[in-house]
Design a protein around this ligand. Structure first.
Ligand code: ADP
Length: 499
């Protein structure tokens, strides 16, 4: 039995290999960026060989750096950028087109056509998703439509489709295993999350032969083996990045939630073995589960501009030099003096859904300066998160009493205190903030007996807590002000509709 679990984390811009010990601590990590390809405005691709080579490279570099022998590694877990679509030749392993990345908007028109066919409710009921170019289905259909002969080859069973996890698994097992896990399958817009099977009606709508799709397994499961120096290392955990983070935060029961404060924010609430359908624009998605367990579900909401508003203060306005400085300047003033910043640079998502909304700074006086604006920017991240928390509460009836946090901007203590205050809940920040990789490691370690569920619970000791310190009146006033700022945004976008 090896002493370590190796987590492979293939993000959107870089690959990382992270080694965890029995106590769930990070022993070491290696990270490498890989190239992005922008063939046209709005199009985003990656070379699948770059994806694999960067992931394999960091894994081997980490093994060399720590002078590990293959049998030191008990198991491998994989977590990945979700929704990105790859198609390759089953016999040769050669991709027939670049990976179409989740951000790519090339199929937006195809999505409009599907909406016009009246499929919105059916797709939401089956897949839990809103029709959007984001998800894999239309990307895969695009490849079959545009690469010569692809559809015929797919029908003959000569091609494989996979999300990034499936591609890595297939290569790491030398083509022996073509599989994915339920969390990744639930982001394709082809998977019926109630029946836990690919949906024949959707496959036929998109012209996708079932033969090219991977087997779907629970996330904590022995998918196959990677052979290294004659040693067979089990690949025994797979989950998409947000669901891996949810698991890494040990959120496995209804109501347990996490928010990742990155460029955008991703909030997931576990809903147990019941899929909850949202009317307010949240996505229903699958959470990690293990062999023999009932399928698990989560609700997902996202904030488009989270940490990105801090990047804007730095790069757009030049108000701060580093993202960390935001805490220093915002702390120099006790409040914003009534100013509110709504960073709706690309519209507003759940629960407002206004694609015409644009950023607004309201309530300024002559006393409004750098400190107040920086503070208003930080507050906007907490207010937007609070709007999603409210929506989740309204739609599920489950109150969220603790919010588990991770991501780059969760390092900001002031922001974490704001969240506790505005949302009147406890914010829990774990000692190991690499929740995504930790989640993949946990999944791999559980299915191979490296850890038990009780072991994981014991890892929670070093978490940092932020508890609400704002009186209810002040909280109400703050939230009312935010609601008023949103009305100002709406007035602006309504005028756009009218003009
Ligand atoms: P991603 O994975 O989306 O690239 P990260 O989790 O690395 O994002 O977080 C980076 C984001 O967090 C950036 O948008 C940055 O502006 C913001 N950020 C990083 N550190 C801080 C901080 N101390 N305070 C506020 N925002 C921060």
């Amino acid at each position: 039995m090896g002493n370590y679990i190796l987590a492979l984390d293939e993000g959107t811009t870089s690959a990382r290999a992270i080694l965890f010990d029995k106590a769930g601590g990070i022993v070491d990590m290696v990270q490498r960026e890989f190239p992005q390809i922008y063939p046209q405005p709005g199009w985003v691709e990656q070379d699948p060989m770059d994806i694999y080579a960067s992931q394999y490279g960091v894994m081997m570099e980490l093994i060399a750096k720590r002078s590990l022998s293959p049998d030191d590694i008990h198991a491998i877990g994989i977590t990945n950028q979700r929704e990105t679509a790859i198609v390759w030749d089953r016999a040769t392993g050669v991709p027939i087109y670049n990976a179409i990345v989740w951000q790519c908007r090339r199929t937006a028109l195809m999505c409009e056509e599907i909406k016009a066919e009246g499929l919105t409710d059916t797709i939401r009921a089956k897949t839990g998703l809103l029709i959007d170019a984001y998800f894999s289905a239309t990307k895969l259909a695009w490849i079959l439509d545009h690469v010569e002969g692809a559809r015929e080859r797919a029908l003959r069973g000569e091609l494989c489709f996979g999300t990034v996890d499936t591609w890595l698994l297939w290569r790491l097992t030398d083509g022996a295993v073509h599989a994915t896990d339920m969390t990744n399958a639930s982001r394709t817009m082809l998977y019926d999350i109630n029946k836990c099977d690919w949906d024949d009606a959707l496959l036929s709508r998109f012209g996708i032969p079932r033969a090219m799709l991977p087997h779907v397994e629970p996330s904590s499961h022995i998918f196959g083996y990677h052979t290294l120096g004659g040693v067979r290392i089990p690949i025994s955990g797979i989950a998409g990045d947000q669901q891996a983070a949810l698991f890494g935060q040990r959120c496995t029961r209804p109501g347990e939630s996490k928010n990742t404060y990155g460029t955008g924010c991703f909030l997931l609430m576990h809903t147990g073995d019941t899929p909850r359908c949202s009317e307010g624009g949240l996505l229903t998605t699958m959470a990690a589960s293990a062999d023999g367990e009932a399928p698990q579900y989560a609700l997902e909401g996202s904030v488009f501009v989270g940490g990105a508003v801090i990047q804007w203060l730095r790069d757009g306005l030049g108000l701060i030099r580093d993202a960390e400085d935001s805490e220093y300047f915002a702390s120099k003033t006790p409040d914003t003096g009534g100013a509110y910043l709504v960073p709706a640079f690309t519209g507003l998502g759940a629960p407002h859904w206004d694609m015409y909304a644009r950023g607004t700074l309201v309530g300024m006086t002559r006393a409004t300066g750098r400190n107040q604006i920086v503070r208003a920017a930080l507050e906007s991240i907490a207010y937007q998160t609070n709007d999603i928390l409210d929506l989740m509460h309204r739609e599920t009836g489950i109150p969220i009493t603790t919010l588990n946090v991770d991501g780059g901007a969760s390092a900001n203590n002031l922001l974490m205190q704001m969240q506790a205050d505005f949302s009147a809940l406890t914010v829990r920040r774990p000692a190991v903030r690499e929740s995504t990789a930790l989640g993949a490691a946990y999944l791999a370690g559980l299915s191979t007996g490296f850890w038990t569920k009780d072991d994981l619970a014991a890892h929670a000791g070093d978490d940092q807590l932020f508890t609400p310190a704002m009186c209810e009146d002040a909280r109400r006033t703050a939230l009312d002000g935010w609601a008023r700022a949103l009305r100002a945004v709406r007035a602006w976008s309504e005028a756009e509709h009218e003009s």
